[in-house]
Design a protein around this ligand. Structure first.
Ligand code: GLU
Length: 449
């Protein structure tokens, strides 16, 4: 049997990291087994859905690198690697649901009451085997035992989630339903519907929930719950993918840093844990730092520019070589790209923005002579590179009879406005002579004022 799985989000808000993980588990499962991954937007409830939310879901999946394998032909499809296909939208499949409802009605498996259509539900308990949870035995709640029937088409003619979800899984030949544990209580109804259609239900695999560090259930309002946060803060998608996979799944040897190939190779439902997973931002940040440190320079550049642009800078206004060189001085120094604007923003501003504490400490009359001498020495320097700049500064300190650090700190604050940042001589090399001399000049004016 060839594996067919799907991710079936309702576009009612942002892409929750729990949803992103569900998508990822489905996608990995398909890749691991050489099957197909389908994206189906469950948008039958027009009042709660928004186009913006669909866009956010597609953008999030694209960012993670999760692409779907099939879908209807649409000229303006926005999929990551599907050409002009899909995804599926339930709002475009009404006729299918209507046909299935007709079939249930004609076999007396459903009936009309008060304008709505009700499904005749078996009041007996349901037992099934879940690939993650194990044996599941579900009794109907007492209040439902009397009348276990449920609505499948509302009186306004709208098909209900249970119906559309099952009809689509059936029509799409889904073999494994991998979804959040919050859907476990819906599964008896879904199994009953499959049986009413005379079809064997798919395999079910319910993934445990994601909890906050304090053990509470992670909800939409919790910090870090939206995938968008990580996109906006310039996290590395590969690191987020790696982290999300370890949120509830682990390979047998507990290896932590896994490439996409390794994830595809090793991912299986047997490795999904039974207990709920706790979200650990510090660990995600650590992992992100690992990916940043190992990253190819071109990729670092691409993600760095994205973050700077998002923070309101215009890196494209500077020559590419300058931006690359500037970002290169930040490699290995950051845990997330979110730190980049604070760390390297001085490269991309005309005027230095001074940290008040740094200025008060270092741009003082005692620094004046050193800065003046450095300005003269730098103006005459023949080779403008980190090595010569360092030698020049040490020379100047020697001539003045002071320690190099007495020149280093005021100089750094004059050029960057801050006490922390990239290696001083490298950043001076990148800033170039003209900017360096101009910034020292401005700093001297501030001291004088
Ligand atoms: N639309 C449902 C949700 O977003 C899908 C449930 C399922 O995967 O079957 O939770």
């Amino acid at each position: 049997m060839s594996v067919r799985v799907r991710f079936a989000p309702s576009p009612t808000g942002f892409l929750h990291i729990g949803g992103a993980r569900t998508a990822l588990f489905n996608w990995l499962y398909a890749r691991h087994h050489g099957g197909k991954f389908i994206l189906r937007i469950e948008d039958t409830d027009a009042a709660r859905n928004s186009e913006e939310s669909v866009r956010v879901i597609l953008e999030g999946l694209r960012w993670l690198g999760v692409g779907w394998d099939e879908g209807p032909l649409t000229p303006d499809a926005t999929g990551p690697c599907q050409g002009d296909r899909g995804p599926y939208f339930q709002s475009q499949r009404r006729a299918l649901y209507e046909r299935r409802v007709e079939a249930l009605l004609s076999h007396d498996l459903a009936y009309e009451k008060d304008g709505a259509i009700w499904f005749r539900m078996n009041p007996e308990a349901t037992t099934f085997h879940d690939l993650i949870v194990g044996e599941v035995h579900r009794e109907l709640p007492d209040r439902e035992k009397e009348n276990p029937d449920f609505v499948i088409v509302r009186s306004d003619g709208k098909p209900v989630f249970h119906l559309t979800n099952v009809v689509d899984d059936l029509e799409m030949g889904v073999t494994h339903v991998i979804r959040g544990e919050d859907h476990l209580s819906n599964t008896p109804r879904h199994i009953a519907l499959f049986e009413a259609f005379g079809v064997k239900p798919p395999h079910y695999a319910h993934i445990p929930l994601i909890l906050n560090p304090d053990g509470s259930k992670m909800s939409k309002r919790d910090q870090g719950a939206s995938l968008q946060t990580y996109i906006d803060e310039g996290y590395v998608p590969e690191a987020v993918v790696n982290y999300l996979c370890l949120l509830g799944w682990s390979p047998k040897d507990n290896q932590e840093i896994l490439s996409l190939e390794e994830l595809i190779d090793r991912f299986d439902l047997t490795g999904v844990q039974r207990h709920n997973a706790r979200f650990d931002l510090a660990k995600l940040q650590w992992m992100n730092g690992q990916y940043m440190a190992r990253m190819e320079p071109d990729r670092f550049y691409e993600l760095g520019v994205h973050t700077l642009a998002h923070a309101g800078f215009d890196p494209n206004a500077w020559p590419v070589e300058y931006v690359k060189a500037a970002l290169d001085t930040c490699r290995g120094k950051l845990k997330t790209f979110a730190e980049l604007p604070g760390y390297a923003g001085f490269y991309f501003r005309e005027e230095v923005v001074f940290d008040p504490e740094a200025e008060a400490e270092h741009l003082v009359p005692a620094s004046r002579e050193g800065l003046e001498r450095l300005r003269d020495a730098f103006a005459r320097l023949e080779h403008w590179d980190a090595g010569h700049l360092e030698a020049c500064l040490k020379n100047t300190a020697g001539e003045m009879g002071v320690k190099p650090r007495q020149l280093v700190h005021p100089l750094r604050v004059a050029l960057t406005g801050s006490k922390i940042g990239p290696s001083l001589y490298h950043l001076i090399e990148v800033l170039g002579r003209e900017t360096t001399l101009a910034r020292i000049g401005s700093a001297l004016e501030r001291i004088g004022a």
